[in-house]
Design a protein around this ligand. Sequence first.
Ligand code: ZN
Length: 251
Amino acid sequence: MSLTNKEINLFARHLILEDFTEKKQKILSRSQVTFVGMGGINSPIIIYLSYIGIKNFNIIDYDNVKISNLNRQIIYSQNDIGKKKVLCAKRFLKKINSKLKIRTYNAKIIKKNCNKLLSNSDLIVDGSDNWETMLIVNDYCVKYNVPLLSASVAGYDGNIALFNNIPNKHLCLRCVFPIKKEIELPRCDTVGVFGTSAGVIGILSAHKIANFLTSDKNEQFKSNIVYFNGKNSNFSEIELSYNKNCKLLKL
Ligand SMILES: [Zn+2]
């Protein structure tokens, strides 16, 4: 399927980039990206991915919009307070491109429903701030070899990790954070969060996702974790390797 004239005009400024081909635009166009949570990080991610030409999204969130969300969850406005997040997000995105195909699930991910809610994904973005949910999503992605972008922000700082989940090349969230018992993560409603920090993490995540989806799959995409220090506005990076004691490691 070739690009329409409208799409060629719409994406003209990145289609003329030296390394950006029409083939890459088509890859973005047919990619299916699933969002777990539609909060401060996932809002800018999905907005930017919509603008650069990804058309197929699943959005999973069980919350309603609260006034305290609005310092960072830029997909919502004051008119949305009290309404279901998934429906408000869909309405916002349809204004960017009416051709977007968006499936919404007003639900919380649990072990029982994760196979249904997370299926048909080329990549899953986990922006939840709940360790139990993060593990359910991680385990699904490892089991079905689905790439996972996991991002979080607390206070002024944030981090992003992209797991390829390539068969026979194990490296997952449990490898990096080998925590056995349930933990209470620092949450926005307890430690606070600076709006622009969520924006930085969200836009960098969207950029990584676009690069990953259009990259040559024969090339090994480097797995790393990027830390953002929001007080100094600088980044650091740690390359990741698998943990031989990870319970998901397939020997
Ligand atoms: Zn692992």
